[in-house]
Write a protein that binds this ligand. Structure first.
Ligand code: SF4
Length: 546
């Protein structure tokens, strides 16, 4: 079993818990005092691209990336001449082809193009309470940076204040808050997507959203995620709330209407009850029937007014992957997010996360292979986002290259949540009056923060840059979780620019499969990406023999 290192002496980072493939801990805590790379980057920004203590140290790669088959066993290529994909107005001179001039802006979509400033999007942040608690930071951060954010499933269904009558939503305050918070700072880049699972479809989420927000929102059909194969889950610790959710039509376990469960809850031996979603398409027994049902759903969404529709699929096997790519392409969807095992933002069963589904790099390599089959037949292929264990700039670059030219975005769940927690914890200490509102977890700064400063201006490398964008007066209204989101996004963007410059790609569209290689033979076999020294070996020999 591969053990990912807990500490990185070069960057001065240390994981609180056990790191996984993404570099994040298997269990990421909202009250974490640090300090993994993502946590520290949310404060120090692009400084974290470099080893610490410059001029007092030298640094060398640990080369742990060559083991096993994962995103970490892909390496990034670089070239010693040329420049491709120059953005408009940029010449190929050495003076202009510098990494800060690399454009990391892009777009996705079939007819209506959705623009973004950095090729990342959030994972689906749905009914899990952590999404609700830190929503302001996520949504304001995503809108200011200009990247897509996804409202996950069941947000209306679990909202006690929502009113649903005969499958029609009359009132949905939490969903309204989610959309309106993003729209407050939306400036033409990024987008808000609202997911729909079985329950959301029954509850009339699509009709409510189009009626109230028109086509400002992208509607997302949900097949699954990488963390689990049984739909979204949350845990509630009130018997009444569990009974309310049961009445709303959810699968609630253990059943809070059973007297024995009620007794166990009152005695304290059961302290929480889980709410689950339903599986989709259970009554359909063939691929053809699923296709028919899917196309019907898309047709209906278009009929009620949606111009932008996306699909999210999970780490199911190859048949489901092919179905997702084929149907999404045929239905002319705007985006297909393919989520590999096994990170989650909510309450996925642990051993299911450990044992279920197709790991990201394998799933994404196959997604490319299948997309190529369609493309070779002359079909237009849906734009894609790859998700599952992506956290750093090198992961983003590799995901874009592995799925090039179809992959437009790296979808990042847990990593983009960390700045929201951290910023909120800092805000709660700086202004105890708002601590509860922003869900701050700290009473005072831990040493990892206190060592860096005592004010927001001192702590966040991106503070003044963001202030320049929104203005000094407005800056007071920006949650510090969003300032941290901005700071992390700046580090990721600069990191991608550097990797792209090294590969001589000056726009995202220029990134290709030739920009990565496999660091071991097994990765080569599974991904179809050539082994390091095999790539361009023919060109090398030609030079030597000429
Ligand atoms: S922020 Fe999360 S992933 Fe990072 S060290 Fe803390 S617990 Fe681990």
């Amino acid at each position: 079993m591969i053990q990912w290192p807990k500490t990185n002496d070069a960057l001065g980072t240390v994981n609180r818990g056990n790191p996984c493939e993404s570099g994040l801990c298997t269990l990421c805590r909202v009250d974490c005092a640090g300090k993994c790379e993502t946590w520290l980057s949310s404060l120090k920004g692009r400084k974290l691209l470099y080893p610490r203590d410059y001029s007092f140290t030298t640094a060398g790669s640990s080369n742990t990336t060559h083991l096993g088959v994962s995103y970490n066993s892909l390496r990034i290529n670089g070239y010693n001449y040329g420049a491709t994909g120059l953005p408009k107005g940029l010449s190929n001179s050495e003076d202009e082809c510098i990494f800060p001039n690399v454009s990391v802006e892009g777009e996705f979509g079939k007819i209506v193009k959705t623009k973004f400033r950095v090729p990342v999007m959030t994972g689906a942040l749905g009914s899990t309470f952590v999404a609700a608690k830190y929503w302001e930071s996520f949504a304001v951060g995503a809108a200011l940076v200009g990247v897509p954010i996804v409202v996950g499933e069941n947000v209306v269904g679990i909202d006690k204040q929502a009113e649903i009558r005969d499958g029609k939503i009359i009132k949905a305050p939490e969903l309204d808050r989610r959309i309106e918070t993003f729209m407050r700072y939306y400036d033409g880049y990024g987008a808000i997507l609202v997911q729909m699972n079985v329950e959301d479809t029954r509850n009339g989420v699509a009709e409510y959203v189009i009626g109230k927000y028109g086509d400002k929102v992208i509607i997302e059909l949900k097949w699954g995620q990488g963390a689990k194969c049984i739909g979204g889950e949350i845990q509630v610790n009130s018997l009444e709330y569990a009974q309310f959710l049961k009445k709303r039509g959810y699968v609630v376990d253990p059943d809070p209407t059973i007297p024995e469960v009620q007794e166990a809850f009152k005695s304290g031996s059961i302290k929480s009850i889980a709410r689950h979603s339903r599986l989709g398409y259970t009554s359909l027994s063939s691929e053809a029937r699923v296709r028919e049902s899917f196309m019907k759903a898309v047709k209906y969404l278009r009929k009620i007014g949606y111009k932008r529709i996306s699909l999210k699929t999970g780490s199911y096997g190859m048949e489901a992957l092919a179905m997702a790519i084929k149907y999404a392409s045929e239905a002319k969807l705007d985006l297909l997010t393919i989520d590999g095992s096994g990170g989650g933002t909510g309450m996925s069963p642990w051993n299911m996360m450990e044992a279920w589904g197709v790991p990201s790099v394998l799933l994404h390599a196959k997604a490319y292979e299948y997309a190529q089959i369609l493309a070779k037949k002359g079909k237009s292929v849906v734009d894609m986002a790859f998700a599952g264990g992506l956290a750093r700039e090198d992961h983003i670059f590799k995901a874009l290259a592995l799925g090039a030219p179809y992959t437009k975005l790296a979808c990042m769940g847990r990593a983009l949540m960390i700045p929201a927690y951290l910023g909120s914890n800092i805000q709660g200490v700086l202004d105890p009056a708002v601590k509860a509102r922003v869900s701050g977890s700290w009473d005072k700064f831990p040493a990892s923060v206190a060592d860096l400063g005592t004010t927001a201006e001192e702590l966040f490398a991106g503070y003044y840059d963001l202030q320049k964008k929104v203005g000094k007066d407005e800056m007071k209204n920006i949650p510090l979780g969003a300032v941290a989101f901005w700071t992390l996004a700046d580090k990721l963007a600069a990191g991608i620019q550097q990797l792209m410059a090294g590969a001589r790609r000056f726009t995202l569209k220029a990134i290709s499969r030739e920009d990565i290689f496999s660091a071991n033979r097994e990765t080569e076999k599974e991904t179809g990406v050539p082994f390091i020294t095999d790539f361009a070996d023919d060109k090398a020999r030609k030079i030597l023999k000429s």
